[in-house]
Design a protein around this ligand. Structure first.
Ligand code: P1T
Length: 393
């Protein structure tokens, strides 16, 4: 029932070599250097029950298997399961636990994750949201709440708060709670949570891993055989499997992960420094800046700072909207992690499903602006922001 693993053994050390070659081996039948898209729903059997390992594409598909092998290697994981979206991977993880479980979640997460937990899975589990960057508070909450799962995003979306993964997993292990780390903002290039003790790493493939804003997908990487088998069976039973074409796009996109991430980070550092000096900016949040409250922790557990920046514009929502609508290099859109620069208003767009009072209690105010800095030329990026500020003045 589990997908056949490729017989090719790899010993690659570098992330670019893994991204290009693991799952990227030439087609055995034709020698094609790029893998075929196995655009098929089913597989022929010679006699009932006798097949080559694949039966039906909801269950498994050779293009998806290649992507899973590649992504597992990038997160130093034994297993990877690719799903139709980041949220469908989260949905499967919710089904991993028995009904009535306690789940402790960071207080700043993607708006869709918050919506999934508070409007869908609140009927199945009990959720508590806390600031997981506050380890004392976390320790006390773990003691009182006794969670079966601790769910963290680090850095968080959109406030870019950093949680100490090693400290959290150490606390979680003492009470036998599973730790899930949503690593979407860093990609496997800059952070590997399994190496820091996490049980499951989650990614929205829609973002940096694919990198070209042309596909939606999700993935979970883990080492535990039993949990992997359960998640695989859940995916087969519930059905959120990624299409072969989307898997192929991600397999193609991920090959350039290293050069894209390096350029995202280089540009983001320039943008963060520029914003920090700008008179119309109240505060900039970027883990690579010394002013970030967890800059030292960021340097310790991440190998880079990625391309996401948030900042508070001086002024009201009208001023923010004027700024957001007048940019040309930055497109006003939800999502992140593509080669092109994106900008958005979390309060109105990606985090609108969080009630205003909850949003504001964690500092997610209407004048917060989120940037996904692309890999365009830095002079055009900075000139665009400058023109936007002038238009909003
Ligand atoms: O969009 P989807 O592939 O289902 O992934 C959901 C998701 C999960 N985790 C994080 C940290 C995310 O940022 C997302 C999706 N986020 C956006 C669409 C956004 O603009 O923030």
């Amino acid at each position: 029932m589990l997908p056949p693993k490729s017989k090719i053994k790899h010993n690659f050390k570098g992330k670019s070599t893994k991204a290009i070659h693991v799952g990227g081996h030439p087609d055995a039948e034709t020698g094609a250097i790029m893998p075929p898209i196995y655009q098929t729903s089913t597989y022929v059997q010679t006699t009932p029950g006798v097949h080559k390992g694949y039966e039906y594409s909801r269950t498994h598909n050779p293009t998806r298997t290649r992507l899973e092998e590649c992504l597992a290697s990038l997160e130093n994981a034994k297993h990877c399961l690719v799903t139709a979206s980041g949220l469908s991977a989260e949905m499967l993880l919710m089904h991993l636990l028995p009904a009535g479980s306690n789940i402790l979640c960071g207080d700043d997460v993607y708006g869709g994750t918050y919506r999934l937990f508070t409007t869908v899975f609140h009927k199945m589990h009990n959720f508590k949201f806390v600031d997981t960057t506050n380890l004392k508070l976390l320790e006390k909450t773990i003691k009182d709440f006794k969670p079966a799962m601790i769910w963290i995003e680090t850095p968080t979306n959109p406030l870019l708060k950093i949680t100490d993964i090693k400290a959290v997993t150490t606390m979680a292990k003492k009470v036998k709670a599973l730790t899930v780390v949503d690593n979407t903002f860093m990609s496997p290039y800059f952070q590997n949570p399994l190496d820091l003790g996490a049980d499951v790493v989650l990614h929205s493939l829609t973002k940096y891993i694919n990198g070209h804003s042309d596909s939606v997908g999700g993935a979970m990487m883990l080492n535990d055989d039993k949990n992997y088998e359960t998640l695989f069976k859940l995916q087969n039973s519930i059905g959120p499997s990624q299409s072969p074409f989307d898997a192929w796009l991600v397999l193609r996109g991920v090959k350039t992960l290293k050069i894209r991430m390096e350029q995202h980070q280089k540009n983001a550092m320039e943008v963060a420094k520029y914003l920090e000096k700008h008179p119309m900016v109240d505060r900039v949040i970027y883990p690579g800046l010394k002013s970030h409250p967890q800059h030292a922790l960021a340097k310790k557990q991440m190998s880079g700072f990625s391309g996401m920046i948030t900042f508070f514009l001086k002024g009201d929502i009208k001023k923010c909207n004027k700024f957001l609508s007048s940019l040309k290099v930055f497109s006003l859109a939800e999502s992140l992690g593509g080669v092109e620069s994106l900008i958005e208003s979390p309060a109105i767009m990606t985090h609108a499903s969080i009630p205003k009072a909850v949003r504001e209690s964690i500092g997610l105010t209407d004048n917060l602006i989120r940037l996904s800095v692309g890999i365009e030329d830095i002079e055009d990026i900075l000139a665009d922001l400058e023109a936007g500020f002038k238009a909003a003045k």
